[in-house]
Design a binder for this molecule. Structure first.
Ligand code: GLP
Length: 241
């Protein structure tokens, strides 16, 4: 794992933006894996700016998001479809048919999981996967204890994750209990991974990720086994390493 230490959230976002733009300029048809949460918001702002300045185009880019809540409509401001449109897709020159976000609204969710895996394969796999990390070490919505061999699957969210995400909802009770998420296996199949981490509340998770064992209780630890991972972390996130 390559670790790039930066000063703060802004510097993390700019560094990530620089690396992604570089990859997008190099690849003919880039396939990006994208994440939600507060962490990548600054990166998306920067990508919008670069797109508007004509420095990078999304015309040939395909995207796959990591996850989505189960049971909330696409129009719900808490859905990840809404989030991604609002924070990125509505503001860049991407073709909407090239945007993929798993659906949490299907009758047959197992089939949806299989279809999602198939779509990623059909696109030739993910070139660069952007990741954040949960306070309990989750990646995507893969909670502690998720087998590393899992492909896209439906997960029951832990109390700590629902608590952490309650800030976006009127109350914790309104946070969905389940989500659909790429699995650790899907994430590990990406050709390159960019993990962004900011803030002191992530410091324990970061310390465990960098210094701990590879352990299913710490989902992000599987990244130690991937040979093209770059962690961009700010000083606060690295304060316990
Ligand atoms: C959410 C998302 C993850 C994200 C994580 C951290 O639950 N499913 O993809 O990385 O939590 O979120 P944040 O960046 O807001 O701290």
């Amino acid at each position: 794992m390559k670790i790039i230490q930066v000063k703060d959230y802004q510097a993390m976002s700019e560094k990530a933006c620089e690396l992604i733009v570089e990859r997008m300029q190099k690849l003919e048809n880039p396939v990006l894996g994208l994440a939600t949460g507060s962490t990548p918001e600054g990166l998306y702002k920067c990508l919008i700016k670069k797109n508007k300045e004509g420095k990078v185009s999304f015309k040939n880019t395909t995207t796959f998001n990591l996850d989505e809540y189960v049971g909330i409509s696409k129009e719900d401001p808490n859905s990840y479809v809404y989030f991604m449109n609002d924070k990125l897709f509505d503001h860049v020159d991407i073709a909407k048919e090239n945007v993929h976000i798993p659906s949490g609204l299907e009758k047959d969710m197992d089939q949806e999981c299989e279809n999602y895996e198939q779509m990623i394969r059909n696109a030739g796999g993910i070139d660069v996967q952007v990741l954040g990390i949960g306070v309990n070490g989750h990646i995507g919505f893969n909670e502690p204890g998720t087998p590393f061999t899992k492909p896209t699957h439906v997960v029951e969210l832990t109390d700590s994750t629902r608590e952490a995400n309650a800030r976006f909802f009127a109350s914790k009770d309104e946070v969905p209990t389940h989500a659909i998420s790429m699995g650790p296996k899907t994430i590990m199949q990406s050709k390159e991974i960019l993990l962004l981490i900011s803030g002191e509340n992530k410091a324990d998770a970061v310390a465990q990720l960098i210094e701990g064992d590879v352990d299913e209780q710490m989902p992000a630890s599987i990244l130690q086994k991937h040979d093209h991972v770059t962690v961009i972390a700010d000083e606060a996130a690295l304060s316990k390493t």
